[in-house]
Design a protein around this ligand. Structure first.
Ligand SMILES: [Zn+2]
Length: 260
């Protein structure tokens, strides 16, 4: 079966397999992927992926890799009384990731995607999660915004995370169109703006739900999304006392830091 590749995928492929220069400094030779990935990650790959890893010339040089290889400590936001959502980002929202993310998000600069992908791969697959018990839920965008922008940066990154973790994406949550942009709002305004911003189209097929957003600042969007899913799970508890439908929620982001 032929799969149609989006134009950016060709660019990614060239960056990984053909271009031997670092995608950040453009000076030094990038190091191969198997030198970066922890050995236990390679265990989960099928034979085709193992060969791909072997041929992979990598995306960053060792120097640039070490300059951004800081996994921030996870932080928590409340979902409900006694329940918190942990948010783990792949890196901090600082130079050079901040500039690259902005260029990618707001100017569709696909040349920044290899760098962002390199960062995303720093996120270890959540413990105990695999393709049979987990799905990734990318922060949904509104139809309006999609039409205006023409592309959805979060979903492009989520596709890459899905490949990295070998866990499928699930698209059962919709964003309701009348919410405003979160940028420039205070935390309280963000939360109010996000009330009822998400609607479940169908029930999640598995228990472990891995939420994903590009940049987590206060975590308000991920918090609102998790509340929508949590509300669904507690709602079903009241109708059936014998079966617990409660989902296990955790959240991930490309970068953590302030938007300003
Ligand atoms: Zn470099």
């Amino acid at each position: 079966m032929m799969r149609r590749l989006a134009p950016y995928q060709t660019g990614l492929w060239l960056a990984e397999y053909v271009d031997i220069r670092c995608q950040l400094c453009r000076v030094f030779r990038s190091m191969s992927h198997s030198q970066i990935l922890p050995a236990h990650h390679l265990r989960f790959l099928n034979i085709r992926q193992k060969i791909a890893q072997r041929l992979n010339s990598g995306l960053l040089c060792a120097h640039c890799h070490h300059s951004i290889a800081w996994l921030p400590e996870a932080f928590e936001v409340d979902i409900a009384a006694g329940t918190a959502l942990s948010i783990q980002a792949a890196t901090y929202y600082d130079y050079p990731i901040r500039q690259a993310t902005r260029a990618f998000k707001h100017h569709e600069d696909m040349t920044k995607l290899p760098l962002l992908l390199h960062v995303l791969r720093q996120l270890p697959r959540p413990h105990g999660c695999h393709s049979d018990n987990s799905v990734i839920i990318a922060m949904p965008t509104t139809e309006q915004r999609l039409v205006k922008r023409g592309f959805d940066p979060v979903s492009i990154l989520a596709v890459q995370l899905s490949k990295h973790w070998q866990i499928p994406l699930w698209h059962g949550v919709k964003r309701i169109d009348n919410t405003l942009s979160q940028q420039g709002l205070t935390r309280a305004e963000r939360l109010r703006n996000l009330d009822n911003a998400f609607a479940l189209v169908e029930k999640p097929p598995v228990k472990r739900l891995l939420l994903f957003d590009d940049v987590a600042t206060t975590g308000a969007s991920l918090q609102a999304l998790s509340r929508a899913l949590y509300g669904e799970s507690t709602g079903s508890l009241t109708t059936d006392h014998h079966v617990s439908h409660q989902y296990l929620l955790s959240a991930y982001a490309l970068a953590h830091g302030s938007q300003s």
